[in-house]
Write a protein that binds this ligand. Sequence first.
Ligand code: NAD
Length: 496
Amino acid sequence: METFLEIRNPATGELAGRVECATHLQIADSVARARRAQKKWRARSFDERGAIIRRFHDLILDRQVQVLDTIQQETGKTRRDALAELVTVAGTARYYLKHGARHLAVSKRRGAVPAITSAEVVYKPYGVAGLITPWNYPFLLGIADALPALLAGNAVVIKPSELTPLSAVLAESLLVESGLDPDLAIVVNGRGDAGAELIKYVDYVGFTGGIETGRKVAVAASERLIPYSLELGGKNPMIVLEGAPIEQAAIGLIAGAFSNSGQTCISIERVFVQQSIFEEFARAVTEKTAKLKIGFSPSWDLDVGSLISRAHADKTFWHIERAVTNGAKLLAGGKRRLDLGETFIQPTVLSGVNDSMAVFSEETFGPVVALYPVQTAEEAIERANDSVYGLNASVWTGEGKRAREIARRLETGSTGINSTLLIYHSFDVPMGGVKQSGIGRRHGAQGILRYTQAQSIVSSIAAGGGYDALALNITNEKTARAVIQAMKLWRRIPGL
Ligand code: NAD
């Protein structure tokens, strides 16, 4: 087994850092330490926990240079894409600091019988949440989901991607600097087997990554009967219909398809454009795509950075090559930028893609988007839904009511109107996938309640044996009939 992971910047090949791989024994020990620390942590108030997360929020913004440098060094992405990670982590912290206590508050509910009973729900932390994360947003996905878990009173053990562990390690140290007991947020490093090992000990698994791994995680968690969430991939559609503001929709697509070099779970890979505006839209997108600046640098003027690895660039380029060989048309891009490095691919716009091509239905997870002409809104909806995925979508019609009607018919966990990536910063609403894009949600009430068990506490007056004694009093036909009469009446009393 490897002792260290050596992390290289995929854009430059430079050594970005080294981390020690956790042995299976160390993983078990990390969870045991986290479990001990969590016993005290869960007894602290939300405000006490929040004070630490508040300091963390401020600290990551103060240390932005260090955070952005670390993200860029291990991913080869642009400065702007690195900033998007920082902004989202800060936004997640801010949201749960302001609203987490409300979501977790004891909630009063209706009792079984008015007047003599009452009910309430208490949300209790699971204990130790294991978070297994991918490489595309190593700072964001490495720590943002840990924040609501911690605020809800859990400890977390995080297994970041073996390609990008440095941002999670940095986040862990910044949490400790913010005052968190180091045993409450522990990063364990290693390849997939370390993730599999972690699942053996934790009380909840939050997984973000690909479908194949997600399936294994679900099986392993099910074996132990522990809850889990899966945030998986997408082949996200965009619908552009007559009446849509074409220039704005083209800008939305450039951001939605090419930011983070297309390596975003919610990025747009399929665009269904009404025939009558297809040419105009395609021209606007093509012109804008051709102007994008590609490369790697800590300056702010680059639009598209490196892909995560040579292997991933090969796979992405293969999607383009196969499509073009089989008759697809290149509207923009389509070349590797070997002058910049083996991991750079021009942002690419295709048309004429059909179902014999991998890029038609498989997640590319790179800077590649295909435009498809459609005759009607109905056809756009049908084709957008024709996918095993169901993560995110985008609708542009120029008219809000119509766009919302279309959005509601899309089989996705989220849909943006006049936007492609807005969902990620809409912290008050749940975000996640349907179909094979996942199970469970982050953000909003669900994003913090998922780290808790709901305990219902129901209460009866004691007088005369209270609720339990009610049935004992039914000893003859007359009282039984009175009960039935009361049931009939009850449904008709407003408010009860
Ligand atoms: P991956 O599935 O290969 O790996 C994800 C993590 O799982 C890594 O830390 C890996 O080491 C670990 N792992 C591997 N095998 C494991 C096993 N058997 N048990 C437990 N853990 C194991 O994914 P990736 O290539 O790192 O990330 C890309 C994928 O992630 C894409 O499909 C993308 O769409 C998806 N993604 C989804 C979201 C979302 O929120 N829905 C966000 C980002 C990325």
